[in-house]
Write a protein that binds this ligand. Sequence first.
Ligand code: BES
Ligand code: MN
Ligand code: MN
Length: 453
Amino acid sequence: MTTYLEANKQRFLDELLELLRIPSVSADSAFSSDVRRAAEYVRDKLIDAGLDNAQLYETPGHPVVYAEKLVDPARPTVLVYGHYDVQPADPYELWQSPPFEPTIRNERIYARGACDDKGQFYMHVKAIETMLATDGLPCNVKVMIEGEEEVGSDHLGTFVAEHRDMLKADVILISDTSIISNETPSLETGLRGLSYVEVEVTGPNRDLHSGVYGGGVQNPINALAAMIASLHDNQGRITIPGFYDNVVDLNQDERDELAKAPFSLDEYKQDLAINDVAGETGYSTNERTSIRPTLDVNGIWGGYTGEGAKTVLPSKAFAKISMRLVPNQTPDKITDLFTKHFTAIAPAGVTVQVRPHHGGLPYVTPTDSVEFEAASKAFEDAWGKKPIPTRGGGSIPIVALFEQELGIKSILMGFGLDSDALHSPNESYGLFNFFKGIETIPYFYKNYAALKS
Ligand code: BES
Ligand code: MN
Ligand code: MN
């Protein structure tokens, strides 16, 4: 196995770089043909790796790529999930090398999607190839790589429901999350959910002269700013009535357990170039970003933002707002609470519209299962260290849906680092992480087959 890996290292990397050259930005329709090209490339590589029945499944959005290798019905089946779509790359001018011309600097691959999620799901394609070319597959494997994760996986729920038999498996294995560091491997045991809304505040029927009308009518941007500011109290808590109703509080033992993960506040601040952290009183930075819900403005606009000054009182103001959810909050309920509250706090003189975007349920994976044990042992086998269980702050909406629709739990065996700059300019993925992941994944199959027999 290790000799095969060594002998094919360069080719594995070259194939990933080829995939990274395809700008498969799912959010922007200008890239639709590239998104399809990425799907076709993934299908071809699954065929080359030795998988059967590799094909594209059309959806009303971007296609799903699926392939499988069923070696023995008596063995357990692993369903690998990943996404070949990427976030938009702008602002382009902040990239040191162009986002879709992958470049290797200081042992890292710089490109949009390098870590999220092309570099990570491609480790599975190469790990499966390696197993097939050497000792064989200890488990049956099904691979499903989608193209709409970064836009909320809107069509995947239907796809999963319509292909229940095809997707039948014992466990779902996903590499789309982070480890603590290359010295401290970890396994994520949870994901936050998401509720995402856009708000529109409307005042007068047209932009007005800010001298002639200023002071006499409600300014939608002023109003929006005040409304947003009121959504947190001075303890960093969200003021929407009922927002915390279903939040599961961890007991002190659980919090102590999570606090064992090594964390340096100084390095954290240094990495982000901030002079202090902020958040909800009574919780650590790790807790604030994993077991606690949040509300954040992701974008805000309105009025005049061009060069120079234009004395204008805007007719409208807009914002995009995300709320990260924890068990047992649900996106439907939270979106509803937000909408009622935000409409209620609008001052006289403006009207408010709230438009919900995508959402997703939070997820927690049990740590006392054979699946988790197989993953934990895989890290021990390949890294010589037991991984630390951590709760993640990001969202992968389909994970909770897999459990609802298929009754299958997911193992979040990611190999990225939070500092890989996912969704930011200069996203990167360590060569170490790419190759170490390919080495770790086969141990999961081996351990899982042994534990299940
Ligand atoms: N891979 C990320 C999620 C992630 C990153 C989880 C790091 C844990 C650690 C995923 O691609 C992502 O970005 N998801 C979106 C959700 C989606 C609905 C746009 C997110 O979390 O914003
Ligand atoms: Mn991802
Ligand atoms: Mn992402």
